[in-house]
Design a protein around this ligand. Sequence first.
Ligand code: SF4
Length: 216
Amino acid sequence: MFKVENHTETLTDTKDFMDVEYPVMEHFYTIQGEGAHTGRASYFIRTAGCDVNCWWCDVKDSWEEEGHPRLTVKELVYAAENSGAPFAVITGGEPLLHDLLPLTLGLKSAGLQVHIETSGSSPLSGQLDWITLSPKRFKKPTAEVFDYVDELKVVVLTKKDLKWAEDNAAKCPEGTKLLLQPEWETPKSIDIIVEYVKKHPEWGISLQAHKFLKVP
Ligand code: SF4
């Protein structure tokens, strides 16, 4: 969990944050397909903008902010609240390119828990109940994010990524859920992960279940 403290000094009233806008590629009610909360109903908010540039990225349309609508916190909170989802997942793109305080305060004021999926490469912001860190070597995580990680999810393409996974796990708090996830277009990564997890049972496997379920 991460919380910006003393937010009331800057945002004293609901109206202070409900009109703030974010570039949003898409937002929708779905089933969380990855990580510890797999299978749970959740409201996804995919912000636009990413400066990490993973060559294997499957959401390259999210990299540029331009061309995506700007939606207010009010609009996003209304949609999430009315979906009936118990929690929202803010993802990207790289959501931490934006100050998430207004959006997360809005979601929490509507009674939703707030999860984030991030590369951790920009400063933390907002009120976050669950932080999934998916570190990318193309733009490494900040030192700060490791204190707050709930779940470490490392995408694996080759054996080299296992060392990257261990290097990041060493910086996470005790009790962090450790997950290796095969890259969808790299089937050989499954064998690498299965063998590794059998030898290192502190790690588990995260699959992109939403792709099997054919939900967005
Ligand atoms: S951090 Fe995520 S959105 Fe950004 S390039 Fe990498 S996989 Fe794509």
